[in-house]
Design a protein around this ligand. Structure first.
Ligand code: SAM
Length: 302
């Protein structure tokens, strides 16, 4: 029975997928790096897809962006200079700028077309963040930028497309990259990265945890359910300073209030829930195993 509209099918594995009913295709373009599609869906409103993977939807992007950004930002006592790698649609940038201590955010994305099409067709994601006086947007490969930049940062936030074989972000999930990033963090600094699904690609999540732990010495993982990804989505961080996991719900609420940050998802008890990983995931993180390197990266199943 045809329901009279198109279906966009996103594969989590070769044998499991999430179908999205699509009203209209707004913009499609093959860039030097990836395929951009911006579509209007019935369930999630406007969506940004890259190489057939859901990146952000107007309806639920705040869940992902607030969960990626605020645990490490709140844990850092005075995050002045922040580096974002990726994040082309501007949601991560928007969230970082909410912290009053931030004096500069450098956002490095490899694909100007993602930034331009997001600004044009999904402006509610960046909410003017690209033209904020504290923002510096650089179009470049994130790996090369980190290896060559002179500056130091308090936080590095990795919001790059998934580690897919042949994808543009593949070498931003390796031991060698994290070693370069560690060298660009000030004392007390932290790095956090999106680390794929803690269900469909748990091996990838656990490998990224082992890799970042090997480089930083102190690392942790957490996750949040993202409806449009139809999965619990993982984040891994390495720290030279405080550990976000140690923050109690009360401290988080107090710090949010002190900094005057407007939020839709993140709050004290939500912070505690992010870090309450289930036993099966915790056991995976404790398993011995390989780390991701340039010569042997980790990949999602599809
Ligand atoms: N939330 C999404 C996720 O979890 O997969 C990521 C969102 S954001 C759209 C991903 C961004 O990573 C894109 O804008 C893409 O251009 C950028 N990107 C991919 N490879 C990159 C690289 N090597 N250097 C810098 N940016 C890169």
């Amino acid at each position: 029975m045809s329901l009279g509209w198109k279906w966009f099918i996103e594969y989590q594995t070769p044998h499991s997928a999430h179908m999205h009913g699509i009203k209209k295709i707004i913009h499609s373009k093959d860039t030097r790096f990836q395929k951009i599609d911006i579509v209007d869906s019935y369930e999630y409103g406007r969506m940004l897809l890259l190489d057939g993977k859901v990146q952000s939807t107007v309806r639920d992007e705040f869940i992902y962006h607030e969960s990626l950004v605020h645990p490490v930002m709140i844990a850092h006592p005075n995050p002045k200079d922040v580096l974002i790698i990726g994040g082309g649609e501007g949601g991560t940038l928007r969230e970082v700028l909410k912290h009053p201590q931030v004096r500069s955010v450098t956002m490095v994305d490899i694909d100007a077309d993602v930034i331009e099409s997001s600004r044009k067709y999904m402006p509610e994601l960046s909410c003017g963040a690209f033209s904020n006086a504290r923002t510096d947007v650089i179009v470049a490969d994130g790996r090369r930028f980190v290896e060559s930049c002179a500056g130091k940062f308090d936080l590095i936030i990795m919001d790059v497309t998934d580690p897919l074989e042949g994808g543009p972000g593949q070498l931003l999930y390796t031991k060698e990259f994290y070693e370069s990033a560690l060298a660009k963090l000030r004392a007390g600094g932290m790095l956090v990265t999106q680390a794929t699904s803690t269900y469909y690609s748990i091996h990838c999540f656990a490998t990224l945890f082992r890799t970042i732990k090997k480089v930083f010495g102190r690392a942790g993982g957490y996750h949040v359910w993202v409806p449009a990804y139809d999965s619990s989505w993982g984040f891994v961080y390495g720290t030279k300073g405080r550990d976000p996991r140690g923050l109690g719900a009360g401290n988080v609420d107090q710090e949010i209030k002190r900094r005057g940050i407007p939020l839709k998802y993140y709050r004290g008890e939500a912070h505690s829930a992010l870090f309450a990983l289930p036993k099966d995931v915790v056991l995976q993180l404790g398993e011995p195993g390989n780390v991701a390197t340039d010569s042997k990266p980790t990949f999602m199943p599809i």
